[in-house]
Design a protein around this ligand. Structure first.
Ligand SMILES: Nc1ncnc2c1ncn2[C@@H]1O[C@H](COP(=O)(O)OP(=O)(O)OP(=O)(O)O)[C@@H](O)[C@H]1O
Length: 349
């Protein structure tokens, strides 16, 4: 499957939300995620691909065929929304069978496909249950089964997990990934949750103010954001200037060996993006296994005890930075900071 959008423009009245967007989907694998901050136009774009929003200008081609004038019901796409939008007052089986009846399948064939889909979403035997009695997670599993049942050419998932709690969200994200791969259904997942995107997708596209700013496989995206805005949106809390000299990258927080970055660095002078994991705070004088010399000192101003250990905010001569702490520290403690190159992002191309 190859979906290509070119010069797409969409407006609500006089408010143009998307203006000349280009996007190519499908080159990196079966599942793509569309990640972006609230209000950037993700839902608008996905609804336009589904045929639910009018496209003023531009083309949306699926395997070479322009869809812009094709009505939604003729696109053969499956859609799952945040709230599932199941048909209330009906059984789970009737909901999953909905798209199959329209295809004039026989009763036993439909029953077989419904059972197969419910098995796939891990709700075997749920055919007779009323949809109004399902939990939020179960309802989204039924919505997924209903969307996948008629073998859609493309599955569009618009924030399907946003209403669920964290644990359920991660669990269902993994199961969505499994279900679309088992049925070999190309899919686009809209989300503003980085973990969810990485759990499901082969490639992630980042959207900003109606534009796609980057498309990369997850591992590359975290390590090589195209610009400082993208780095910050992807969780980098500090952006520091950096310069390559004599095989090392020098920064205000110390030297980095470019071979330890785990990704190529294309520039001579640019920026590095740091997340808390990119810096380790150590109590001065405590010898750690790595043996590396920590280079910048600072004072702990905030401590958060997280399940994976302490996370701290440290005031330094170059501003406040986030770090993880190997030693137990308190607010007011003096610490030394050491960069961890494998957790540093190289900003820019
Ligand atoms: N039906 C509508 N009528 C008018 N404006 C709309 C409509 N739907 C969306 N918008 C506006 O279009 C812009 C993009 O909205 P959209 O819902 O596509 O963003 P989003 O990235 O999906 O946001 P979120 O993550 O919060 O769902 C916003 O400014 C929003 O207010």
């Amino acid at each position: 499957m190859k979906l290509e959008l070119e010069g797409v423009r969409i407006s609500y009245g006089s408010h143009t939300v998307i203006n000349g967007l280009d996007w190519s989907v499908g080159a990196d694998g079966l599942v793509s995620a569309l990640l972006g901050p609230s209000g950037c136009g993700k839902s608008t774009l996905i609804r336009a691909i589904a045929g639910l929003e009018e496209v003023e200008r531009g083309s949306i081609r699926l395997d070479g065929t322009d869809l812009v004038r094709v009505p939604a019901h003729r696109r053969d796409f499956g859609v799952v929304f945040q709230d599932g939008q199941l048909f209330g007052g009906r059984s789970v089986g009737a909901n999953v069978a909905y798209g199959l009846k329209a295809r004039h399948m026989g009763r036993s064939q439909i029953a077989e496909r419904v059972a197969e889909m419910l098995e796939l979403v891990q709700l075997p035997g749920f055919e007779r249950r009323a949809v109004d009695e399902l939990s939020g997670g179960q309802a989204q599993r039924v919505a997924l089964a209903r969307a996948l049942a008629p073998h859609p050419r493309l599955l569009l998932l618009d924030e399907p997990l946003a209403a669920l709690d964290r644990r359920l969200r991660d669990e269902l994200a993994v199961d969505i990934g499994r279900a679309v791969r088992a049925t070999e259904t190309p899919a686009i997942l809209v989300t503003h949750d980085h973990t969810e995107a990485a759990l499901v997708a082969d490639a992630i596209s980042v959207m900003r103010s109606g534009d796609i700013v980057q498309t990369s496989p997850p591992a590359r995206l975290w390590k090589r954001p195209v610009d400082a805005w993208t780095a910050q949106f992807l969780g980098c809390t500090t952006i520091i200037p950096a310069r390559r000299t004599d095989g090392a990258i020098s920064t205000p927080l110390g030297l980095v060996d470019p071979r330890e970055l785990g990704i190529e660095c294309g520039w001579e002078s640019g920026e590095l993006g740091l997340r808390a994991e990119s810096l380790v705070a150590e109590r001065p004088g405590v010898q750690h296994a790595s043996g590396d010399a920590a280079s910048v000192r600072g004072e702990v101003v905030v401590v958060a005890d997280l399940p994976a250990g302490q996370r701290v905010r440290v005031s330094t001569s170059v501003g406040e930075v986030d770090a993880v702490s190997l030693d137990v520290v308190r607010v007011g403690d003096s610490v030394a900071l050491r960069l961890r190159p494998e957790h540093v992002a190289v900003v820019g191309t």
